[in-house]
Design a protein around this ligand. Structure first.
Ligand SMILES: NC(=O)c1ccc[n+]([C@@H]2O[C@H](COP(=O)([O-])OP(=O)(O)OC[C@H]3O[C@@H](n4cnc5c(N)ncnc54)[C@H](OP(=O)(O)O)[C@@H]3O)[C@@H](O)[C@H]2O)c1
Length: 337
């Protein structure tokens, strides 16, 4: 894997850098955000910059950062967290770390174990060596090092390492996150476009989630970072209500002004189809490892994060999902290749 040097947004980078807004004097210090060009990362950078933090945004792709972080006051750090040089440079001189980088879908040269677990352990170690104390970590509802599912096990191993560290950590464990350019709900919407009459409901659509809006997650991160009483705390983060997959799809259809006949399909039948798609498609929308996670309840009983932080999470309602309307058949098809 190639190491990419640090660059400053707007500076002389080889590829176009985000159009950074001139940073004002920071109120709260320098914070490294990993996974900054991701769904949660871009909203978190905006939230933290708005709160007065000087944000160092670690990204792998300047092009993606250019799109996702445009107009947000960030300094870019370029590189892959699996490189020790990248990690060392990224934590140098920061006051806090917000660790969001992770993968949900493995690619040929990226494993859950390397990216989600080992890179987190390396980042913790580098943070400690650099004298960074504050570390906010985005885990995952259901993450456990004892999970039978590799994805949840890798996220659990990362969480265990954070909790075992001597840093001033906070762990957040969200259920599924929604918002423009999310992965999960966008995939449901693409399937609406690609399947004009019927809509397959894996396992009858009974899997349960508690979707939470990305803006709410970003606010939780910002507040957690600044509250002393969130140090050494673990907060589950779920939206206001638990919904089955079928109920979520019904809301997606309402938001998209679409109608489909919902057909239950056994997961065992979908498994070989998805395995085949995974072999053929460069960007499979779902993988067998994610399909298996439908067996895991992804709801959150503990709502203390909202009461403690004084926030009211947005519902997974059609009015909140209007961003799905811009998904076209063409876009849905191209997303696979
Ligand atoms: N989305 C959800 O529903 C959900 C639910 C619960 C928990 N979470 C957790 O929330 C965090 C953020 O998720 P997200 O939804 O924002 O995911 P995302 O959009 O896929 O963003 C993840 C970011 O991590 C970066 N990344 C991955 N591997 C990396 C590596 N080796 N080195 C450096 N950067 C790397 C990716 O970079 P590229 O852009 O270059 O790929 C991407 O920008 C993750 O820890 C995830 O497990 C997400």
């Amino acid at each position: 894997m190639e190491d990419v040097p640090m660059a400053t947004a707007g500076g002389p980078a080889a590829q176009p850098a985000p159009q950074a807004v001139a940073s004002e004097e920071p109120r709260t210090g320098v914070v490294l955000v990993t996974g900054a060009a991701g769904l949660v990362g871009s909203h978190t950078c905006r939230e933290l910059a708005g709160r007065g933090w000087k944000v160092r945004a670690l990204v792998r792709s300047p092009t993606k950062a250019d799109r996702r972080l445009a107009g947000i006051a960030v300094d870019l750090a370029l590189g892959d967290l699996r490189s020790s040089d990248t990690v060392r440079a990224a934590v140098d001189g920061v006051d806090a770390v917000v660790h969001l980088a992770a993968i949900a879908i493995e690619r040929r040269d990226e494993s859950y174990e390397d990216v989600n677990a080992a890179a987190t352990i390396a980042l913790l170690d580098a943070s400690r060596r650099a004298g960074v104390r504050r570390f906010v970590h985005l885990s995952q509802n259901g993450a456990s090092s004892a999970s039978p599912y590799r994805f949840l096990r890798s996220k659990g191993a990362a969480q265990d390492a954070v909790v075992a560290s001597e840093l001033d950590w906070t762990v957040l464990r969200p259920s599924v996150i929604f918002g423009p350019e999310d992965e999960f709900v966008t995939v449901l919407a693409r399937l609406v476009r690609l399947s004009p009459v019927v809509y397959p409901l894996p396992g009858g659509g009974g899997a349960r989630f508690q979707p939470v809006a990305v803006d709410d997650v970003a606010q939780v991160i910002g507040i957690a970072l600044e509250r002393a009483d969130s140090v050494r705390q673990t907060y589950p983060v779920g939206g206001p209500v638990a919904l089955t997959l079928k109920q979520m799809i019904e809301r997606v259809l309402l938001a998209m002004h679409a109608q489909r006949v919902l057909i239950p399909v056994p997961v065992a039948l979908l498994h070989p189809l998805i395995a085949a798609a995974q072999r053929v498609l460069p960007h499979p929308p779902v993988t067998t490892s994610l399909l298996e996670l439908l067996a895991v309840d992804n709801t959150v009983g503990d709502m203390r994060v909202w009461t403690t932080f004084g926030l009211a999470p947005a519902p997974f309602a059609p009015e909140e999902l209007t961003y799905l309307r811009s998904i076209t058949v063409r876009e849905a098809w191209h997303s696979l290749w």
